[in-house]
Design a protein around this ligand. Structure first.
Ligand code: AMP
Ligand code: FE
Ligand code: FE
Ligand code: ZN
Length: 294
């Protein structure tokens, strides 16, 4: 049976994870917000890797195009070498502890890209540091996707996906890690900044190693608020695992797209978060940074 969308007026599409060209998305922050409006979203969160750089233009765009905006950041963390991504919503950007960690991570990401590129160039792979920097642009959080862009530009691969399947994958001989705080410390820093911490794609084993439940428990004791259960990198079983662990630890769950513009297949609104969870995030935030209303 067919049902029309307006048969469910209480459904408001909320997508709490999207990237702009302030990190490894391909659209400027204002354009991400405009794309969210065009996709029919009610609320979008801008969550660039390790930076608040897109916030100002996103706020302006949100008021212009009439879409709700949650200002956030996705913090790259490392638990004894295992990558953990922590989404932080409505944090105070002036909070010194978190700002210092993000600054340290961004700086380390620059030299890490240099080292990866040096290793690749030494093996005859056509890529230079200058090219990667130019493609990333000024003030961007540098990441492997920008090396991928250089490899696409030189014709070595056709897409970012292809680069990540081979030379840029986690276990690659060219892989170099960068500074990243441990996730329990990061959760505490987010709460100290008045924000609300949610663990991104916690059990996405297709991306690489993930942490055991007891690490999530430790994070919950430190103040973690939720788990991003509904994410395209989770299998049905991994979603279920996240839902069950969240219920056991008293955490809420979210769903989101992890939009990166043209840099990834992810479509805005492909997974969504309920209105009551967004209300809880707003209620828990003590930073004074509010949700920009459409
Ligand atoms: P980095 O943080 O520099 O180690 O790079 C990891 C980032 O690369 C992740 O945050 C993803 O957004 C991005 N990424 C991972 N796999 C892919 C892929 N197949 N295509 C495009 N981007 C990817
Ligand atoms: Fe990314
Ligand atoms: Fe992530
Ligand atoms: Zn992300």
């Amino acid at each position: 049976m067919m049902t029309w969308p307006w048969a469910y007026p209480w459904v408001v599409p909320i997508d709490l994870h999207a990237h702009s060209s302030a990190s490894d998305g391909t659209e400027p922050a204002a354009q991400v917000v405009a794309s969210a409006a065009r996709a029919g979203l009610d609320v979008v969160a801008l969550t660039d890797h390790d930076t608040y750089a897109g916030w100002t233009s996103a706020v302006r765009a949100a008021r212009e195009v009439g879409v709700g905006l949650v200002r956030g950041v996705e913090i790259s963390c490392s638990y004894h070498g295992v990558s953990v991504h922590l989404l932080a919503y409505l944090v105070d950007p002036e909070s010194p502890g978190l700002a210092a960690e993000l600054h340290k991570a961004r700086r380390s990401r620059v030299s890490r890209v240099d080292r990866m590129v040096e290793r690749m160039a030494a093996d005859g792979i056509p890529v230079t540091v200058e090219q990667v920097r130019r493609l990333a642009g000024e003030g961007t959080t540098m990441g492997r996707p920008h090396i991928a862009d250089a490899l696409v530009a030189s014709g070595y691969v056709a897409t970012r996906d292809e680069a990540f399947a081979d030379v840029l994958r986690n276990g690659s001989r060219y892989y170099v890690s960068h500074y990243a705080p441990d996730p329990v410390t990061a959760v505490r820093l987010v709460r100290a900044a008045g924000g609300v911490p949610v663990m991104a794609h916690p059990f996405a084993n297709g991306r690489g190693w993930t942490v055991e439940d007891r690490v999530v428990e430790e994070m919950a004791l430190a103040g973690l608020a939720g788990l991003e259960a509904r994410h395209r990198d989770h299998t049905q079983l991994e979603r279920l695992h996240a839902e069950e662990l969240a219920a056991r630890l008293g955490l809420f769950t979210t769903g989101s797209s992890d939009y990166h513009g043209a840099g990834k297949q992810n479509r805005l609104g492909e997974n969504t978060t309920t209105r009551d969870v967004l209300e809880q995030i707003e209620a828990e935030a003590t930073s004074g940074v509010d949700v920009v209303r459409a």
